[in-house]
Design a protein around this ligand. Structure first.
Ligand code: 13P
Length: 249
């Protein structure tokens, strides 16, 4: 049985004070939750506030990106060991917004994923097709190529420690969720890639989260799909009540 992971990506929202007040309201709402792992990813500067606020709870903290070097003259960058030292346990890698606005590629995704693993972090590696790619019937091919270049070169041991998030770009922040069936089909494609490259057991153990306009109203239908092992939530994770109701689907 794959334990679900419900992760929140705060993107570029919330100050340190807002981070602390979120956790004050959120933690009591998920205190009894043991059916899934809960992860929240604030901006870098608020990692310490989030780690402090979540200490001793069932909520883990992650970053939204990392650089692949451990240290050096890389102005503005943050490394995996720095995230781990701050108390982070997870890190999002290759989010479509990073691919779209910051030049992230499958090659950088691979380097960052390895760097995260070397730092003992759990990478949440994001893949997904654009609307144009879906409408021209290229979804499976795009996912296969992203898997092939960004994930496939990992060793089996490395692969066993990652999470994948399927985030169709057309569903992110648009209110247009993939139907449970469409999401499950993409997850099936990704699991098939995993099976071909890493074998049956690795594919069965792989947890694939769905991301793209997940809300309290649609999470149940998505999570009813055996292929869907969790959610990576943007907008609907910013309010404690809303994210708690997603977590407690
Ligand atoms: P929304 O839930 O706001 O669509 O964002 C999804 C996402 O990008 C999570 O990483």
């Amino acid at each position: 049985m794959r334990k679900p992971v419900m992760a929140g990506n705060w993107k570029m929202y919330k100050t340190a004070a807002e981070t602390t007040s979120f956790f004050e309201k959120f933690l009591p709402l998920v205190r009894d939750c043991s059916h899934c792992e809960i992860v929240i990813c604030p901006v870098f500067v608020n990692l310490p506030a989030a780690v402090e606020a979540a200490r001793g709870s069932n909520v883990r903290i992650g970053a939204q990106d990392l650089f692949w070097e451990t240290e050096g003259a890389y102005t503005g960058e943050v490394s995996g060991p720095m995230i781990a030292a701050a108390g982070g346990s997870h890190v999002i890698v290759g989010h479509s917004e990073r691919r779209q606005y910051f030049g992230e590629t499958d090659e950088s995704v691979l380097k960052k994923t390895r760097a995260a693993l070397n730092a003992g972090l759990t990478p949440i590696v994001c893949v997904g097709e654009t609307l144009e790619q879906r409408e021209s019937g290229r979804t499976a091919g795009v996912l296969a190529a992203q898997f092939d270049k960004g994930i496939g070169p990992l060793s089996p041991e490395e692969f066993g420690r990652i999470l994948i998030a399927y985030e169709p770009v057309w569903a992110i922040g648009t209110g247009r969720t993939a139907s449970p069936e469409i999401a499950a089909e993409a997850h099936r494609v990704l699991r098939e890639q995993a099976r071909a490259r890493f074998g049956e057991e690795a594919a069965e153990n792989l947890r694939i989260l769905y991301g793209g306009s997940v809300k309290p109203e649609n999470v149940k239908g998505l999570m009813a799909q055996p292929q869907i092992d969790g959610a990576l939530v943007g907008g609907a994770c910013l309010k404690p009540e809303s994210f708690a109701s997603i977590v407690n689907f």
